[in-house]
Design a binder for this molecule. Structure first.
Ligand SMILES: *Cc1c(COP(=O)(O)O)cnc(C)c1O
Length: 394
């Protein structure tokens, strides 16, 4: 049985280009960039070259890039730094959205326990934050606004440029978690006007365990990891050289092929949406236009998402029902609930996240298999029976 991998929002397969770029760093180029001898200095050159290339991909300067151990770390570093810097000036209010990644939401929960006040903006049925809501929520004591660029469960894209402009006018620091966006849609930090932006390598065919934080020149960044002088004293620890070089190679590859990949992937995505549209009581979640090329999230009434995922897996198809379920939790997705999807429907959610590695044949198989599995699960579902009798009303 062939594996059809359509869980690219969770992680992606390492690209051949990234792997080949990494191998020398795991073999002969093993120096520590902090060493003074020539082996160390070679590593230092490789590191700074990677930093330059990464910076170029998002239109930043090399000294605005801080490598981190993952996207989660970049989010933590950005949010904690802006929050504690704000607190020094008596600003202890933070604005975010209801459907951020847990790397953001759980960091905000920690800050709440420390006395910060958190406002989470609504995302509505479309799964998109409204600029006027941000304007209304901003206060004199707002230290930070953090809104994700693209949502990881439904794929909707947020109006980052407009949101950042509102913050700039008020002098409030703006951070965006661009982990799902980078390498998939255009990310230009100057055009977006953001102060800080998080990226993770493994979401665009780079390696796991490496990410970076863009922090605009002049925006203060607190020390996140204490120790050596790496990453301009902000993030100590010997650099993950293979990871950094792999991330740089994968990001360059993704950015160089951005339009071509987006066109291919969005066609596959739309074929899936059209292909399942004849299934009764199936809805696509979130705005249909303002979304990532590769992500689609659907709800099938009367079935459990977990059953759907497991049966699809038995047929070789790796998908997801959203991040809550991948963590083994039976709670419905906080993203879908934030978008007003009823709890019952949210239980029957399926996220397909494609990449340019997927093919038309795979999409044919996915469409056919979803039909079979949904019909089967509904045939044994007491909830579906009730819906059929009109006993369950949404
Ligand atoms: C995957 C993801 C993260 C976490 O990145 P890691 O590198 O896995 O820590 C953060 N935010 C979003 C939106 C993501 O999709």
């Amino acid at each position: 049985m062939n594996t059809v991998y359509v869980d690219n929002a969770a992680t992606t397969q390492l690209s051949e280009t990234a792997l080949n770029a990494m191998l020398p760093l795991l073999k002969e180029t093993y120096g520590n960039p902090s060493s003074l001898h020539h082996i160390g200095q070679i590593a230092k050159e490789v590191l700074e070259d990677a930093r330059e290339r990464v910076a170029k991909c998002i239109n930043a300067a090399p000294n605005e890039i801080y490598f981190t151990s993952c996207g989660t770390e970049a989010d933590n570093q950005a949010i904690l730094s802006a929050a504690y810097n704000g607190a020094k000036k008596g600003k202890k209010h933070i604005i975010s959205s209801k459907f951020e990644h847990h790397a953001v939401l759980h960091t905000l929960e920690k800050l709440k326990k420390e006395g910060f006040e958190i406002t989470l903006l609504d995302v509505y049925k479309e799964g998109i934050v409204r600029v006027e809501d941000l304007k209304a929520a901003l206060r004199d004591d707002t230290a930070l606004v953090t809104i994700m660029m693209a949502n990881n469960e439904v794929g909707t894209i947020q109006p980052i440029k407009e949101l950042a402009a509102v913050c700039k006018e008020k002098g409030v620091t703006f951070h965006t978690d661009a982990v799902q966006a980078a390498g998939h849609i255009k990310v230009d930090v100057k055009d977006l006007g953001v102060d800080m932006l998080s990226v993770s390598g493994h979401k665009f065919h780079g390696p796991k365990g490496i990410g970076f934080l863009y922090c605009k020149k002049g925006v203060p960044l607190q020390v996140f990891m204490n120790g050596g002088a790496q990453e301009r004293n902000r993030r100590a620890g010997t650099e993950n050289m293979a990871g950094i070089v792999g991330l740089a190679a994968a990001l360059e590859e993704a950015v160089n092929n951005l339009d071509k990949n987006a066109e291919k992937v969005s066609k596959l995505r739309d074929r899936i949406i059209n292909g399942v549209s004849d299934i009764e009581m199936c809805t696509v979640n979130g705005d249909l236009e303002r979304r990532l090329p590769g992500t689609v999230n659907m709800c099938f009434e009367g079935i459990e998402g977990e059953g759907l995922i497991l049966l699809l897996d038995q047929k070789g198809i790796c998908s997801s029902s959203g991040s809550a379920c991948t963590s083994g939790s039976l709670d419905p997705s906080h993203v879908l609930l934030a978008m007003g999807v009823p709890v019952e429907s949210a239980h029957g959610s399926l996220r397909i996240s494609l990449s340019e590695y997927n093919t038309d044949e795979e999409v044919d198989l996915i469409i056919k298999t979803i039909h079979e599995v949904v019909v089967y699960l509904r045939s044994i579902s007491p909830v579906w029976e009730k819906i059929q009798k009109g006993e369950v009303v949404e």
